[in-house]
Design a protein around this ligand. Sequence first.
Ligand code: HEC
Length: 91
Amino acid sequence: MRTLHLLLLVFTTAAAAGESRIVLKDGQGKDSVMSQCAICHSLDYIVVNDRILNRAGWEKTVDKMINLMGAPINNADRQIIVDYLALRYGK
Ligand code: HEC
């Protein structure tokens, strides 16, 4: 268990360090996105889709992250995240 914790710590620290150059647009929900969408990959994935996905597209993407990838995002946060993405990064 100690090893697992250590690995997780190293992993999250490395991910956090890599994130520092990505700055998401300000807005309600930004914190939720920054904390929950950077667990597995860079926030680049969001930025490159700026104005490419519409609300339905973002909704589908977030649901894919939850249902297929196993993102631990509850319903309330899902709504906040979809709203943020649709408003700030939607087409
Ligand atoms: C549990 C891990 C995990 C979390 C948490 C996660 N993702 Fe992903 N995401 C992935 C994986 C794995 C891929 C690569 C899938 C692929 O290559 O098809 C991916 C790919 C993507 C892509 C590229 C397009 C696509 O559909 O594959 C986008 C955009 C994206 N994620 C957005 C998000 C957003 C927004 C969040 C927060 C709501 C999020 N991700 C949280 C695992 C995760």
